[in-house]
Design a protein around this ligand. Structure first.
Ligand code: MEV
Length: 315
């Protein structure tokens, strides 16, 4: 066994969240500004596999037997148990330290990124690195445990670390970013676990299929138009599409006063478009901005109550 380090980025969904669960296309990009990082160090003989999580001040033991009583089981233990089973490997004597700068339950892919970094570090330390496609399949299983009915977009964009045009069940389609574009991300500071909003949207479509199914299709059509604009090098066209997508997300009941306020503040300050990103009801929103406007819009978001703000450029 050897010392191994691995990382995984956060992610931002640009278009198509929720509708993607119902097989509509969506677009997501990795977010390198926030990361999960894991370091695996061979431990003393017989010490077993431990996960050190200094961010939450915990040390957990991975036994290979299911011990689901720990609240951190899904996030930190289950991915490693799955990986050991997939590799058909006995529990190794290894200490893995995991740290993350990705806020949890905020739509930035924290769960998938933690699992990806942990499993990558474990597989590397065992000298058995996993292909992206094997890793992606494994992290999808972890996502199922986190939120029941995931589309697979979060694990895909995080494992492959590339912008993706994603349709549930189909292989990820990388696409060309013909011209870079910049957006500012604002955090409402409100935790909102994805499984709750995905569950609520599921109940909504069951209750009102005639109203809700066309909303999904409309969101899918927006994602297709957005892909065409990105590939044609016309990112400014994304602004109105983001606003339209946000109106539809509101109709799905997954926006919130905090998200609406931040979107409105960004638009007032000159953003080209704004919408929530991820599961909604809290977490983060994104605003498309002219690059030189990013500081002004970041300031407006802070003034409107965003608890964290940062800008990122997609290339
Ligand atoms: C969460 O990042 C995106 C959702 O569409 C859920 C999913 O696709 O699994 C809300």
């Amino acid at each position: 066994m050897q010392t191994a380090r691995a990382h995984a980025p956060g992610k931002v969904i640009l278009f198509g969240e929720h509708a993607v669960v119902y097989h509509q296309p969506a677009i997501a990009v990795p977010l390198a500004a926030v990361q999960a990082r894991a370091e695996a160090i061979p431990d003393d003989l017989g010490s077993g596999l431990t996960v050190h999580a200094p961010d939450v001040n915990r040390v957990l033991r991975v036994t290979g037997d299911l011990d689901q009583s720990d609240p951190l089981y899904n996030a930190l233990i289950y991915p490693l148990e799955l990986a050991l089973a997939a590799l058909n490997a006995p529990v190794p004597d290894l200490a893995i330290t995991i740290r993350s700068s990705i806020p949890i339950a905020s739509g930035l892919g924290s769960g998938a990124a933690l699992a990806t970094a942990l499993v990558r570090a474990l597989a590397l330390a065992l000298g058995r690195p996993l292909s992206n496609s094997a890793l992606n399949a494994l992290i999808y299983e972890v996502e199922k445990r986190h939120h029941g009915n995931p589309s697979g977009i979060d694990n895909t964009v995080i494992v492959y670390e590339r912008p993706v045009y994603f349709v549930r069940g189909a292989p990820p389609t990388p696409f060309t970013i013909a011209a870079p574009f910049t957006f500012v991300i604002g955090d409402t500071g409100v935790n909102s676990p994805t499984h709750l909003t995905v569950g609520d949207v599921g109940r909504l479509v069951e209750a009102e299929p005639e109203r809700v199914t066309p909303i999904f299709a409309h969101i899918g059509a927006i994602a297709d138009q957005a892909r065409a604009a990105i590939e044609a090098g016309c990112p400014a066209a994304l602004g109105p599409l983001m606003n339209e997508n946000q109106t539809l997300l509101r109709a799905l009941t997954v926006s919130s006063p905090e998200l609406d306020d931040l979107c409105a503040a960004a638009l007032r300050a000159g953003a080209l478009g704004a919408k929530l990103s991820g599961g909604g009801r809290g977490g983060n929103m994104i605003a498309l901005v002219a690059p030189d406007q990013a500081p002004v819009i970041a300031g407006a978001l802070r003034d409107a109550g965003a608890t964290a703000v940062f800008a990122t450029t997609v290339r």
